[in-house]
Design a protein around this ligand. Structure first.
Ligand SMILES: NC(=O)c1ccc[n+]([C@@H]2O[C@H](COP(=O)([O-])OP(=O)(O)OC[C@H]3O[C@@H](n4cnc5c(N)ncnc54)[C@H](O)[C@@H]3O)[C@@H](O)[C@H]2O)c1
Ligand SMILES: O=C(O)C(=O)C[C@@H](O)[C@H](O)[C@H](O)COP(=O)(O)O
Ligand SMILES: [Zn+2]
Length: 371
């Protein structure tokens, strides 16, 4: 095995938009030669945030320099508020100021915020340029770097402006996770557990048994990331633009996105934390409707809590707005169709399903009851 052999490679079979997800301990160090072989003659724009610029950018620029690849860096603030119109504009203008051409490559180096923002910028600059995802958070390695959803938040809600734009390559560097703060690691773990909760109870039980090794950076970590990417690749390949079953990946997100909006896209609630609470609420709501055993809801909540995640509304610091305001946010969910709410509900662990025409009164009453 060569020094740069990936630990795992997951293929995303999307015809002329197919790509690989390379999962390796040193994917950043080996990026230069890999990119040079894939995109002869290209220059690179690297979009990153200020934390990742300190922790991981030097490894990437050293690799590009060693391979003789020209690059320019675009550094934005860290955090969810960065997914905004203002930052979209400045990133797009910076790409043009650097004279990156349509056949050059934009690199998103960072977590899901950077992937979503840079990916969206790539989708619109010069009517679309190629981009490469180099995810550095657990959340981005198991979820956001794969599948081509890109976008920003609006005053009306989460991810309401965006495009489907697939990356040409995903390089998930396991050693990058060494500098990720523990709270961010836990937030990413929520999206990892989500795959088990959707349709793979064996994966959820394996995560329960292997959580400590995953957290500690043992061999289970790479395997968990690869299993998550394979699960997402399967869903995306079958339904790239979410006309059907891709909506299952939204488990916990209808509640979670409303809570992120309610907390001002701030550090009060990270996306993965909102998803953790949202998934527990989806299980509790399903149990209340008589669809899922309440023991399963309890088991899900216990595991996420054990992984260091908030699992109830009371775990969110500060006051939350009235239920009606949460319902207003839910009404802007992208799964709403002809004015009807769609929720991802469940019949138990690994048994999620899409339910249309959910009565908003039932949701509001449920939220009032648990507050
Ligand atoms: N497009 C999709 O399919 C998809 C899927 C899931 C989530 N998302 C989006 O992803 C975003 C959340 O992503 P996230 O949790 O990665 O948040 P993030 O991008 O804000 O990154 C988390 C934090 O960790 C820091 N960080 C990242 N990597 C680091 C590293 N290796 N070392 C040190 N610090 C590091 C960042 O600077 C940031 O402060 C949300 O906006 C969510 O909506 C998108
Ligand atoms: O890739 C998907 O599809 C997902 O739903 C993954 C989610 O984890 C992610 O948060 C996504 O950005 C949510 O999509 P949205 O369409 O509800 O904004
Ligand atoms: Zn998510």
């Amino acid at each position: 095995m060569s020094e740069h052999t990936p630990l795992h490679t997951v293929h995303v079979p999307l015809g002329d938009r197919a790509y690989d997800i390379v999962i390796a301990p040193d994917a950043i160090q080996s990026a230069g030669p890999r990119l040079a072989a894939m995109f002869p003659g290209a220059r690179y724009g690297i979009v990153t945030d200020e934390n990742v610029a300190k922790a991981q950018l030097p490894r990437l620029t050293a690799s590009l320099d060693a391979a003789g690849l020209g690059h320019t860096e675009i550094v934005v603030s860290a955090g969810e508020a960065t997914k905004s119109w203002t930052n979209l504009q400045s990133v797009v203008e910076a790409i043009m100021a650097a004279r990156l051409e349509r056949t050059d490559i934009l690199i998103a180096l960072g977590g899901g915020v950077i992937g979503d923002l840079a990916g969206f910028a790539a989708s619109i600059v010069r009517r679309g340029m190629d981009f490469v995802q180099i995810p550095t958070s657990l959340l981005a390695q198991v979820d956001s770097s794969v599948g081509g959803k890109t976008g920003i938040n609006s005053a009306h809600g989460k991810n309401l402006v965006g495009a489907f734009h697939q990356p040409r390559l995903v390089l998930a560097d396991l050693s990058a996770l060494q500098t990720l703060p523990p709270r961010q690691f836990a937030a990413g773990y929520a999206e990892l557990a989500k795959y088990g909760l959707i349709d793979d109870e064996e994966l959820f039980f394996w995560l329960e048994a292997n959580y400590r090794d995953i957290e500690a950076g043992g061999p289970a970590r790479g395997e968990a990331i690869a299993r998550a990417c394979a699960a997402k690749a399967r869903v995306v390949a079958a339904d790239e633009k979410e006309t059907g079953d891709r909506a299952l990946l939204n488990l916990g997100h209808t509640f979670g996105h409303a809570l992120e909006k309610a907390t001002g896209y701030s550090d009060r609630l990270l996306h993965g934390e909102g998803v953790a609470i949202g998934m527990v609420l989806a299980y509790r709501f399903s149990a209340k409707l008589g669809l899922a055993p309440s023991q399963d809801a309890g088991r899900v909540q216990a595991h996420l809590k054990n992984a260091g995640l908030p699992t109830t509304l009371a775990d969110i610091s500060g006051d939350l707005p009235p239920t009606q305001m949460l319902m207003d946010a839910i009404a802007q969910d992208k799964k709403v169709s002809r004015g009807q709410l769609t929720f991802i509900l469940t019949r138990g662990i690994g048994k999620a399903f899409i339910e249309k025409n959910i009565d908003p009164e039932a949701v509001a009453t449920f939220l009032e009851d648990i507050r």
